[in-house]
Ligand binder design. Structure first.
Ligand SMILES: [Zn+2]
Length: 137
């Protein structure tokens, strides 16, 4: 993973736009042990730029799972599908929260839920606890 310096002003823009939430799984930074990452939606190795319109706030788990990938398979039919882009896609259009489980409503949603491991058991337990105390989503 390439480490890139992102200027404080740009980090503030990205953080504020996201409201402190991971733009993939909606986890608030305050509810994790690790600070969120400034993630390149289109990774540098694919020609993405370090600009506000290519950066997203992402929790550690989402960012590490996504890495430099842009596509994966739709678990429903096996078709190659691009991952969700917080910069061009609407969360509610692709995902639905059912209790603590995030379900994909579209091929992009299903592929992203699978690839970013939204519903790993520990993440769901954490989400369930946060829902119970009114801190998620
Ligand atoms: Zn996340």
């Amino acid at each position: 993973m390439t480490r890139v310096y992102i200027q404080a002003g740009l980090r503030r823009v990205v953080y504020k736009r996201a409201g402190g939430k991971c733009e993939y799984c909606l986890l608030q930074e305050d509810d994790t042990s690790f600070t969120h990452h400034y993630e390149h939606v289109i990774p540098l190795r694919h020609g993405g730029a370090t600009t506000a319109n290519n950066l997203a706030l992402a929790c550690l788990e989402c960012n590490l799972a996504k890495g430099t990938d842009l596509t994966t398979f739709d678990p429903l039919d096996g078709n190659i599908t691009r991952l969700f882009s917080p910069r061009t896609d609407q969360w509610d259009e692709h995902f639905e929260l059912k209790n603590a489980m995030i379900e994909g409503k579209t091929a992009i949603g299903r592929a992203t839920v699978y690839f970013l491991r939204f519903n790993d058991p520990l993440r769901m337990i954490q989400r369930q606890a946060l829902i119970r105390i009114g801190r998620y989503p």
